[in-house]
Design a protein. Structure first.
Length: 422
């Protein structure tokens, strides 16, 4: 039930110590404000990294060949070897833990600056990649027009191409439909069957994805005289199986197929995205933990200030408390008065700090979106509503704790001594 006289008394008590009360409240305000700002910034950093990965399968490993560093079964060290087409079926048949398998090969890179693709009077330097259909399951793309490479393209070695949005911009007019049109890649004509927009921008193979052209791997091998060579394998594990297990089995199996010393750790290059992703998650967990430690430490400093100001207030109200005790006020009533004032002060300061922090985070997010200033390392800073409520509850509980010491001191005041206090 609302006690108007009681709240007027609280305002009167606090107003008598305006400067000290304001500085103490500002300490609490600043503590919750900085906690919210740091939490929002941490979320923005995490969003920038994770959203840049799109829907890329994080349980993926990539394996490629390198020169051997150890002799084995009559073969010298320094031998160069290659994956072959028959390794594809062998991996699928012998390692049941594999979910998706995408053999890949890069024909040309956009980074060398040499124009490799022509359409009418327009040319460009693009990354030409030989692909399998499973690649679109490992690194999903938004196919805005047409389709992706399918198994029939692989089997029939069709001269078809799926192009990135930047390729479309450079080779086609803005109002022109590229589907069904032909482009010439290193002197060979390919029909465009799809246009894609990459969903993942943080993981690239061979150049910027918008400037990539995907053609069937079998077509790349035959058309440009690569034989049956495969550049590398992209592999994902089935659900509930660690990618490291599939990685270990695949390397051991391929080593046996290509007569590689099982102890030669340098013969295969490999990259485990799952391990990197877990390390990244651990990093963000550590950042969040550090933010909470710093933020709560700042709040504790503010709470200590609340305790100090309440001790001053209790001292100044010694005579008043003595009178209350003399006319029958119980220790619980005296303690509730002091704790109520402490909670009120921390709650008001904390609420304004919380509102200011959330408001600033939302303003930063608005400006980033409006001016298109988001990048791969920082996007959409935000504060989870549950975290905000938890922060406010922590502050209220802290305010109650801050009032306990002054409240205990208040009830130890003897009425006769308090009435004599001047």
């Amino acid at each position: 039930m609302f006690d108007r006289d009681r709240w007027q008394e609280i305002f009167h008590t606090l107003s008598k110590n305006k400067i000290r009360t304001f500085m103490t409240a500002f300490g609490v305000f600043w503590g919750i404000f900085m906690l919210i700002i740091m939490l929002g910034s941490g979320t923005g950093l995490e969003n920038g990294v994770t959203e840049g990965m799109g829907n890329f399968a994080t349980n993926s490993v990539f394996v490629w060949t390198q020169r051997t560093t150890m002799p084995y079964k009559g073969f010298p060290r320094g031998r160069r070897f290659y994956f072959r087409n028959d390794d594809i079926k062998a991996l699928r048949d012998n390692i049941p833990e594999i979910k998706y398998l995408a053999p890949k090969m890069q024909g040309w890179s956009s980074g060398d600056g040499t124009n490799n693709t022509v359409r009418n009077d327009k040319t460009g330097a693009f990354s030409i990649m030989g692909e399998y259909p499973d690649w679109n399951k490992i690194d999903p793309m938004d196919i805005t027009e047409g389709r992706f490479i399918n198994q029939t393209d692989i089997e029939q070695k069709r001269k078809v191409a799926v192009i990135g949005t930047r390729v479309k911009e450079l080779l086609f007019d803005p109002d022109e439909d590229p589907i069904g049109e032909y482009i010439r890649i290193q002197g060979v004509y390919f029909q465009v069957v799809g246009v894609f927009v990459p969903l993942n921008t943080n993981i690239n193979f061979g150049g910027e994805k918008e400037q990539s052209i995907f053609i069937p791997l079998s077509t790349l091998q035959q058309t440009y005289n690569y034989g049956d060579i495969v550049g590398w394998f992209s592999i994902t594990s089935v659900d509930e199986v660690p990618a490291s297990e599939v990685e270990e089995k695949a390397i051991a199996f391929l080593a046996a197929r290509h007569t590689i010393n099982p102890d030669d750790k340098e013969a295969f290059g490999h990259f485990n995205l799952e391990e990197e992703f877990q390390q990244m998650k651990g990093l963000f967990t550590g950042i969040a933990g550090l933010i909470w430690i710093v933020g709560i430490g700042t709040l504790i400093a503010g709470v200590i200030g609340i305790t100090n100001i309440m001790l001053v207030i209790v001292k100044e109200r010694t005579k008043e408390i003595g009178i209350q005790r003399a006319i029958g006020a119980t220790p619980v009533q005296i303690m509730s008065q002091v704790i109520t004032e402490s909670v009120f002060l921390t709650s008001v300061a904390g609420y304004f700090g919380l509102a200011a922090g959330v408001g600033l985070v939302e303003l930063i997010n608005y400006l980033l979106v409006k001016f298109n200033a988001s990048n791969e390392m920082f996007q959409h800073p935000e504060v989870d509503f549950k975290i905000a409520i938890i922060s406010l509850l922590i502050l209220i509980i802290s305010g109650a704790i801050a009032g306990l010491i002054p409240a205990r001191r208040a009830i130890r005041i003897k009425p006769i001594d308090a009435l004599r206090d001047e």
